[in-house]
Design a protein around this ligand. Structure first.
Ligand code: SF4
Length: 344
């Protein structure tokens, strides 16, 4: 990717670094003083997003992937943790929130709710640049150029209102709106999940073209593993508010290291009738994030669980080049029967 004027750290520095991110939502007590506690939606998450890559984020609903996205965007306040963008702490004097929000944009699943129903789509797209000081005439011209770029002929679409468009067309408008501030990173939170399969493929291909054209970096959050495999350079698997595994997409899909990733992948619907799964590989719902299991959070559902798994929280271990996993089988000397002995 070519360096942009905003690139202060050079191509080798990660665009986004997340350190020790935690979000606990406190629960109210009832009138008798019972209850309370916290929902541990995100509970100690560290990861990096490299410049020019697409990082896929997967996990069952409730694993914390969407809360993580909202924390990245600073839409909600973290309980603890740091968000560093191109070497600068977000919200610091070096990188005020307004400047960060120009450089990082988000596209949500619900294409209709993201648009103001009273604004024409041209004005919806031009609104962000105007707020950031771009003169109206230039902002409107930028909106028209982007409409054309996302495949919506400006003469036909610029004056329409959101309710006059299909879901796929509205999502193209949302993508144009995200790009109107000329961001460096776009967070796509289930951005194609509500679309029909044929429209989904068109929007995915559009996203890949725009990424190359504008030198973008994507965080692509989805429950659909086929789609994540198609678009991602690396994939991060989340389970109950923590990162279970991160690795290059082809490595993670071909040789997953974490039992949870293996279970998720074997639950992917196969197009091949000879390879249909008869038994659900991942039984039951994820445990309650109010009182997560002790030790490894996956132990109540893990086919490889050993007694040590309920006592010891796994540290992050290497599973190969650029491939990390949080499982005691990969921690030498952990006491798991399948772990290597500790080095003498
Ligand atoms: Fe399974 Fe134990 Fe590894 Fe957790 S630490 S994933 S319970 S083997």
């Amino acid at each position: 990717m070519s360096a942009t004027a905003d690139d202060v750290g050079g191509p080798a520095k990660p665009l986004l670094t997340i350190k020790g991110l935690i979000k606990h939502f406190p629960l109210k007590k009832d009138p008798l003083g019972r209850g309370g506690g916290v929902v541990r939606a995100v509970d100690g998450v560290d990861f990096e997003v490299l410049k020019g890559e697409t990082l896929g984020v997967v996990g069952e609903s409730g694993c914390g992937k969407s809360t993580t996205a909202r924390l990245l965007m600073q839409l909600i306040e973290p309980t603890a943790g740091e968000v560093i963008f191109d070497g600068r702490a977000v919200g610091s004097r070096d990188l005020p929130l307004k400047e960060f929000r120009r450089q990082v944009q988000m596209v949500f699943q619900d294409s209709y709710a993201s648009l103001n129903p009273r604004l024409t789509i041209e004005h919806s797209i031009a609104f962000g640049p105007q707020v950031h000081g771009v003169p109206t005439r230039e902002a409107v011209q930028r909106a028209r150029d982007l409409l054309a770029r996302v495949g919506l002929e400006p003469r036909r679409f610029a004056e329409r209102y959101p309710h006059e468009l299909s879901g796929g067309q509205r999502q193209r408008v949302n993508i144009a709106r995200a790009l109107a501030l000329q961001p460096r990173m776009v967070i796509l939170d289930e951005a194609v999940s509500a679309l029909d399969k044929s429209v989904e493929a068109q929007v995915l291909n559009l996203l890949l073209d725009l990424k190359d054209e504008f030198g973008l970096t994507y965080v692509f959050i989805s429950h659909d593993l086929h789609v994540v495999r198609y678009v991602s350079d690396r994939v991060m698997v989340m389970y109950l508010g923590q990162v279970a595994e991160v690795g290059p997409s082809d490595v993670l899909f071909d040789t997953p290291a974490h039992p949870y990733t293996r279970a998720l992948l074997s639950s992917m619907p196969s197009m091949d009738p000879d390879h249909r799964t008869e038994v659900a590989p991942l039984a039951g719902d994820p445990p309650n994030p109010i009182n997560p299991p002790s030790g490894c959070r996956f132990h109540p559902r893990c086919a490889q669980a050993a007694p040590v798994c309920s006592q010891q929280l796994p540290v992050v271990a290497s599973a190969g080049t650029h491939h990390t996993v949080r499982c005691l089988m990969h921690v030498p000397g952990s006491g798991h029967p399948q772990a290597l002995a500790a080095a003498a």
